[in-house]
Design a protein. Structure first.
Length: 162
């Protein structure tokens, strides 16, 4: 049996092989740290003997330490919050606990996606601890003193919602 390939068949095979190679490169270029981050967060909760955390749809772990009043914040609200952000090893990378609060427009992509999701579960006066996986924080790029693929902890207080 003798195989004969026409030029269009050879070109088509080349294109298919190239696309398959690109797919493999894409998968390697952007690894998914979801399982790793989840394991890190669960170990952190265990090591620190923390309780009361629940996991939301963005894989952010939320522990409301003080309930607030009124309706929860929602997309389009301006939320004013006090916060302290740390890496899980305790290094503080940002804090505004000595100000009147940081205002941000919820759901507009101006803060990390973990904040956008978590603050919709909080209302005025609420205090919470957020454990945010890297994909919902600064991902593979990091930011300033925040390393790439870092899980972050935020202790937050909702000062106001408008």
């Amino acid at each position: 049996m003798k195989f004969r390939f026409s030029l269009p068949s050879v070109l088509l095979l080349g294109v298919v092989a190239s696309l398959a190679a690109c797919k493999d490169d894409d998968d390697k270029a952007t690894p998914d740290y979801t399982a790793q981050d989840d394991a890190i967060i669960q170990q952190y909760i265990k090591d620190k003997s923390l309780t009361g955390f629940r996991k939301d749809t963005l894989d952010v772990y939320i522990n409301v330490t003080q309930p607030g009043t009124g309706p929860n914040a929602r997309k389009g609200n301006v939320v004013k919050a006090l916060y302290k952000g740390t890496t899980l090893d305790g290094n503080v990378f940002d804090s505004n606990l000595t100000t009147l609060g940081f205002p941000f427009l919820l759901g507009q992509g101006r803060v990390i996606s973990g904040w956008d999701g978590a603050f919709t579960r909080l209302n005025k006066g609420a205090k919470a601890t957020l454990l945010i996986p890297s994909k919902a924080a600064y991902g593979t790029s990091g930011s300033g003193s925040i390393p790439a693929n870092a899980v972050l902890r935020f202790d937050v207080e909702v000062v106001d919602i408008k």
